[in-house]
Every structure is written in C-alpha cells, then in structure tokens.
Design a protein around this ligand. Structure first.
Ligand code: 13P
Length: 257
C-alpha cells in the first residue's frame, strides 16, 4: 500500500514570523512521523532554516521549491542541492508549472535539476500538467508524456526510487477550479501507465502520484480517494493551519479504512 503524502507548497508567501507560526502549528498537529501519512512543507528559501528549526523532531518534513543543477560556483541567485541538504531539506519540488510558465523552464533544464537532486540525495517531486488550451485540444496525455519523458530522461529505476510525481493541471492552480475526481483519476492512471511502460509495473505500483490544483479541506478526501491519487500538493490551502491540518486529516481517514 502506498503511503499518502500531503505536501504544502508555500510559493512566495509568508515571512519569518508567520511562516514559523504556521510551521509550529503544523508540528503540533503532526508531532511524529505517521506510518500512513507523510507531511511536508516547502517554504521560500530564506526561511528554510527557521521552518526546519520549528519542525525538527516532529512529523513535518522540509522541502524546497526549486534547486539549481550545478554544485557550486558563479551562478548568481541560484541555490545548490548540498545547500538545501545543509539546511535540513529532504525534498525538492521541480518542474512546477510556475517555473515552467512564468520562469520559462524547459524539460531539459528540469531534467538536469531532477538528476542533480536525485544524485545529491533529495526526494524529487516532479510536477507535470497541461494548460487549459492543451486539455481543450485533447492533448493532456501527450503533454504529460512529453514532460515525463523529458523530466526523467536518463533516470534509472534505482535512481527514481524516492521519486514522487505531482499532477497539477495548470488551469486548476490557484483558480479555485479543481479537477473533478474523474479527471484527476484519469490523468493519474495515465501517468502510472507511463511509469509502467518506461520502468515496470512493480515500480509503477510503488511510485506516488500527488494531485495539485485548488485542493481544499472540502474536496481533499474525494480526490485522494481515487485509486491512483496518493496525496496532495497544496498551494493556497497550505498557508493556513486550519485548512492544511484537515487535509492531512482527510488522508489519515482514508488511510485508516
Ligand atoms: P493551489 O492549491 O493554490 O491551487 O496551488 C497548487 C499548487 O500549485 C501546488 O504546487
């Protein structure tokens, strides 16, 4: 059975005081590692150390929202895998739609980051997802295939061991429009089939596929109830403990049945 992962992507939100308070509230709500539900927060870079300190010893893990593929050197503005490890990160989100569509990241760049993250011992959460126009043109599956093929180029099964994939339809991010449970399940099933074909069915059975895009306390359970949805990557609703804790609770409820 796959363990649920409920991850909060704080994006470019919070400050030191509000972020630390949020992290402390989450650490209190998830005081220890849960066998059924993993909890992760991904704050902005400047607060990683503070948030790490506020969650140390709790069941809340720490991740970053991006990383550069080079180890060190003259790369102004960038952050390396070892720096993230140094401040306590276990995870990194890569290929987020905002990186792809606002910053213009290509599958090739994302792939270099994915490989560097894995090589440096981070658990990579690779995000994929189609634009509304691509969905309407019937291209959802081909877009997912292209992003998965590009993002995981040269990544062996052994290297992909700790990989998590997040399906985030771009039209559902920050819009309040959530994919229906059927739309999510269909995309997730397609992704798992892609993993079966690219790797094998044993690995595909194990890899976790999160849904992201307007996940809220009132829709989290129905989405995560779908057979191929193994958790959530939450934006807006991860910024308030009163919203995020019930989403973790929804995963716990599902895990206990
Ligand atoms: P929202 O939950 O705000 O739609 O954001 C989703 C997301 O992009 C998570 O990475």
């Amino acid at each position: 059975m796959r363990r649920f992962l409920v991850a909060g992507n704080w994006k470019m939100n919070t400050d030191r005081v509000t972020g630390t308070a949020l992290a402390s509230a989450l650490a209190a709500a998830a005081p220890e590692t849960d066998d059924a539900v993993e909890v992760l927060v991904c704050p902005p870079f400047p607060y990683l150390s503070d948030i790490g300190a506020a969650t140390t010893g709790s069941g809340v893990q720490l991740g970053a929202q991006d990383v550069y593929f080079e180890a060190s050197g003259a790369f102004t503005g960038e952050v390396s895998v070892s720096m993230l490890r140094d401040v306590g990160c276990s995870h990194v989100i890569l290929g987020h739609s905002e990186r792809r569509h606002v910053m213009g990241e290509s599958d090739e760049l994302i792939n270099r980051k994915v490989r560097a993250g894995i090589e440096g011992g981070l658990h990579v959460i690779l995000c994929v997802g189609e634009l509304l126009s691509e969905r309407e043109a019937g291209q959802t599956e081909s877009v997912l295939d292209r992003q998965l093929t590009g993002g995981l180029d040269g990544v062996s099964e052994e290297e992909a061991m700790d990989l998590v994939i997040a399906y985030e339809p771009v039209w559902a991010i920050g819009t309040g429009v959530t994919a229906s449970p059927d739309q999510a399940e269909s995309a997730h099933a397609h992704i798992r089939k892609w993993v079966t074909d690219r790797y094998n069915s044993v690995f595909a059975d194990r890899v976790r596929i999160l849904y992201g895009g307007s996940v809220k306390p009132d829709n989290a359970q129905t989405l995560m109830q779908q057979p191929n949805v193994d958790g959530a990557l939450v934006g807006g609703a991860s910024l308030k403990a009163n919203d995020f804790v019930p989403i973790i609770g929804a995963a716990k409820t599902l895990a206990s049945v």
